[in-house]
Structures are given as structure tokens and as C-alpha cells.
Design a protein around this ligand. Structure first.
Ligand code: 5RP
Length: 220
């Protein structure tokens, strides 16, 4: 079985009847959402809250009823992918450009479960360029401040024009020679005027579902 499918589907074990479920974005959690859709067809009653328009569309296609924040008091569990997972279970996210809504939903969830194929597991964060969401106004200045923090920001492009997030913002994919303190970098980035949020998710993941060398499911 494909690794993303295996870890993605395993995450449904953490979803119970009546839960409000934060639905992540990406090709791994795609399998979680698809399997949840099957379970809903078989009678499971849950509500989903999506982290992106792409996931909203998928959830509707597979038949998961959706809610928004004004209709709920809490999110029971959020399930999402990651671009990198460190040994401390800190994450880089945002490869799909959904990092802001993903962080809002992960923070609001009682439990945050990450589905990550083994290629995402790293000793140290930073090989994957860190996505930073910025408002378009004055983005040239924001880019300068990112460089002053030691980053090499590249404005994400799609079809030859700047990529826009679901919030109408731009993304800088920002390489750092080394991320010595992810906690400090997350805070420092978010102090820059124009930065909306960044893809460092520090101390947020409660569980990471991945595969060990034997291809068994392991839960850290
Ligand atoms: C989207 C994300 C994704 O969770 C991350 O990019 C992993 O995606 P995939 O499961 O497709 O590898 O953060 O913003």
C-alpha cells in the first residue's frame, strides 16, 4: 500500500462518533478525509471543519458535513499532514499554502494528530524551505526583513504570477542556513510587520502517525 495512504487512513482510528474534526490539507490527509467519507456513508456522525478551500471541496465530495467556527464550541481532533517533522514533533507546514488556517484549526483542537510518511521525519527542521504567509501590501519590505533574519525568501509563484493563499495573501518560501531555535524563529518571524504567520508549528502536535522501517504503524 502506498505510504501516504497507510498513514492517512490510520488516523481515522482517532475519530469517534459525534466529534468535530479539523480537516487538514494535502496529499496525505486526502486519504484520511476519503476514509472518513466512507465511514460517514456507513453511518458515522461527525462534522468537519476544513483548513482550505481545496479540503472543503473534497469533504463535500465525500459527504462529510461541514461546520464553521460560529457553530461550534470546540474542535475535538484536528488531523493534518506536514512537510517536516522533527524528533521533538515540531513541524514545518505550508507546502500546500494552507498554513494559516491549519494553525488556527490545530490550535483550537483538543488533539492535533499529524500524518507523515517516513520521508517527512527529520533530525532537524530546515531542509524544506519555510513557508511564510505575508500580506501583499509592502511585501518588498517584508522580504527585506526576512533576509535580515537570515532567510533567503522566494516569492511563491503559480502560473507565472504570485500564488495567493485562501486568505488572499502571498507566500515566501524561505530557506535558512540553519534553524537553531525553531521557537525563537517562529516568534521573530511573526513580529515582522506584514507577516501573517509562518509554517513552524512548535509544540502543537500531540501525535505523529508514521511508518517504521518494518512498515508498521508507529505512534510517537
Ligand atoms: C499544506 C500542508 C501539508 O500538510 C503539507 O504540505 C504536507 O502535504 P502532503 O501530505 O501533500 O505531503 O502543510 O499547507
Amino acid at each position: 500500500m502506498n505510504e501516504k495512504k497507510e498513514v492517512g487512513e490510520k488516523a481515522v482510528d482517532y475519530v469517534e462518533e459525534g466529534m468535530v474534526v479539523g480537516l487538514g490539507t494535502g496529499s496525505t490527509v486526502f486519504y484520511t478525509i476519503s476514509k472518513l467519507g466512507n465511514l460517514v456513508q456507513q453511518g458515522l456522525s461527525i462534522k468537519g471543519i476544513p483548513t482550505s478551500k481545496q479540503t472543503e471541496k473534497l469533504a463535500i465530495e465525500v459527504g462529510i458535513p461541514l461546520v464553521s467556527f460560529h457553530e461550534i464550541n470546540q474542535i475535538d481532533v484536528a488531523i493534518d499532514g506536514a512537510d517536516e517533522v522533527s524528533r521533538d514533533l515540531d513541524l514545518i507546514k505550508g507546502g500546500g499554502g494552507a498554513l494559516l488556517r491549519e494553525k488556527i484549526i490545530a490550535k483550537a483542537a483538543k488533539a492535533f494528530i499529524v500524518v507523515a510518511d517516513p520521508h517527512k521525519m527529520v533530525d532537524k527542521l530546515g531542509s524544506f524551505p519555510l513557508p511564510v504567509e505575508v500580506v501583499p501590501f509592502g511585501f518588498e519590505m517584508t522580504m527585506k526583513y526576512l533576509q535580515e533574519l537570515g532567510g533567503s525568501p522566494q516569492l511563491r509563484q503559480k502560473d507565472g504570477i504570485p500564488f495567493r493563499t485562501d486568505n488572499g495573501n502571498y507566500i515566501f518560501d524561505c530557506s535558512f542556513p540553519e534553524i537553531t531555535s525553531p521557537e525563537d524563529l517562529e516568534k521573530d518571524l511573526n513580529l515582522i510587520p506584514g507577516v501573517v504567520d509562518n509554517g513552524l508549528f512548535i509544540g502543537m502536535a500531540d501525535k505523529v502517525i508514521t511508518l517504521n522501517g518494518d512498515k508498521n504503524i508507529s505512534i510517537n
